[in-house]
Write a protein that binds this ligand. Structure first.
Ligand code: UDP
Ligand code: MG
Length: 313
C-alpha cells in the first residue's frame, strides 16, 4: 500500500464527506493504493455516524472511535500504530489542509528520501492575533531549542516514512513537536514543503488559549525526557552540586571573616541567608537526581532503544 491518510477529528461532521471525496479524487487521479484512517476523538456530534456511512460506501475508509475526547496526539498515536501504508500522511479534518498536496508530499518521501516532510502554511488563513502572531513566537522558540530549521512545526499536514511513525510515540499534546521527537529518535532528514491553506469552512477551532501554556510545558518535557530521562543525575546532580558549592563558599567566607576581622554577627549579613538557601536547594537537587536515577533504573523500558536495522537476527 502506498499511502495511509490519517485524520484525527473532533466534532467535524460537516467537513467529512467533502474531505473524503476530495482525497478519493486525488488518489484515483494519481493511481495510489491507499487507506484513510479517521480517528473520531470522542466527538459529540454525528461524526462517527458519518464515518460509518462513508466506510460502507468506500471500504478503504477505516475508522477508530475513542470513547471520549483524549486529544489530537493520542488520536495520531493510535492511527500510527494501525497504519499500513509505506508513506503516512496526516491532515486535519476541517478542510484547512488541501488533499491536493498529497502527491507532492508523497514524492518528497519516496523520491527525495525524506524521513518526514512538514507542511508550511506560508500564507495562513487564521485569525492574526490569536493564532498567527503567537505561532510565529512559538515556532521561533522551538527552532532555538530543537536546532531544527522549520517555519511551521505545528502544521497538521505532514508526511512520514513508515518507520518514523512506527518508532515515535505521541502523547499529551506533543503533536506540536513531532518533527522534534522524530529528530531526537534519529531521523535526520526532515524537510518542509509550502502548502496551500484555507479558512476553516465549517465548525470552530478546537484549541483555545490554554494551548500556549500547555505548548511550552510540553516543550520543556520533551527536552528533559529526550536528554535526561535516562540519566537524571547528570542534570540534577550538576545543578545541585553547583548550588551546594556556591552556598558552601559563602558560608566559609562569612565564618572566616567573622573569626578574623568582622564585628558584625554572621546572621546580620544578608548574604548568610542566601548561602544557607543555596546549600539546602543544592542538597535537594542532588537527592532529586539520585531518586530519579533509582526510578529510571527500575523502569521497565530502560533498555528500549530504537534499532534502525538488523542483519542475520
Ligand atoms: N482535534 C482532535 N482532537 C481534539 C482537538 C482537535 O482530533 O481534541 C482535531 C480537529 O478535529 C482537527 C485537527 O485536530 O481535525 C486540528 O484542530 P483545529 O482545526 O481545531 O486546530 P487549528 O487549525 O485551529 O489549530
Ligand atoms: Mg484547523
Amino acid at each position: 500500500m502506498d499511502i495511509s491518510v490519517v485524520i484525527p477529528l473532533f466534532n467535524e461532521e460537516e467537513s467529512l464527506p467533502e474531505l473524503f471525496a476530495w482525497i478519493e479524487k486525488v488518489m484515483a487521479e494519481n493511481n495510489f493504493s491507499y487507506e484513510i484512517i479517521a480517528i473520531n476523538d470522542g466527538s459529540r456530534d454525528n461524526s462517527w455516524e458519518v464515518i460509518r456511512k462513508e466506510a460502507e460506501r468506500n471500504p478503504l475508509i477505516k475508522g477508530i472511535s475513542f470513547q471520549r475526547n483524549y486529544g489530537k496526539s493520542p488520536a495520531l498515536n493510535v492511527a500510527f500504530e494501525a497504519a499500513k501504508g509505506n508513506v503516512i500522511i496526516t491532515m486535519d479534518a476541517d478542510l484547512q489542509d488541501s488533499p491536493d498536496e498529497i502527491p507532492g508530499l508523497y514524492k518528497m518521501i519516496v523520491e527525495d528520501g525524506y524521513d518526514l516532510v512538514s507542511g508550511w502554511k506560508q500564507k495562513r488563513y487564521d485569525p492574526v492575533f490569536s493564532k498567527n502572531i503567537p505561532s510565529k513566537f512559538f515556532n521561533g522558540v522551538t527552532r532555538r531549542v530543537s536546532g531544527l530549521q522549520l517555519n511551521d512545526f505545528n502544521c497538521g499536514l505532514k508526511a512520514y516514512k513508515r518507520k518514523v511513525v512506527k518508532s515515535i510515540e505521541v502523547y499529551g499534546e506533543m503533536h506540536r513537536y513531532i518533527p522534534v521527537i522524530a529528530k531526537w529518535a534519529g531521523f535526520e532528514k526532515i524537510g518542509e514543503k509550502s502548502v496551500k491553506h484555507q479558512e476553516r469552512k465549517y465548525g470552530v477551532t478546537k484549541f483555545g488559549w490554554e494551548r500556549f501554556v500547555n505548548g511550552f510545558l510540553d516543550l520543556m518535557s520533551i527536552v528533559f525526557i529526550t536528554k535526561f530521562a535516562r540519566r537524571p543525575m547528570h542534570l540534577f546532580g550538576l545543578l545541585g552540586s553547583l548550588s551546594f558549592f556556591v552556598g558552601f563558599i559563602i558560608l566559609m567566607w562569612l565564618s572566616i571573616s567573622k573569626l578574623f576581622f568582622s564585628t558584625l554577627g554572621i546572621a546580620d549579613r544578608p548574604i548568610f541567608y542566601f548561602g544557607i538557601l543555596a546549600i539546602i536547594i543544592g542538597a535537594q537537587m542532588f537527592l532529586t537526581g539520585f531518586l530519579g536515577e533509582l526510578i529510571s533504573r527500575s523502569a521497565p523500558e530502560r533498555n528500549d532503544y530504537k534499532i534502525g536495522e538488523k542483519i542475520g537476527l
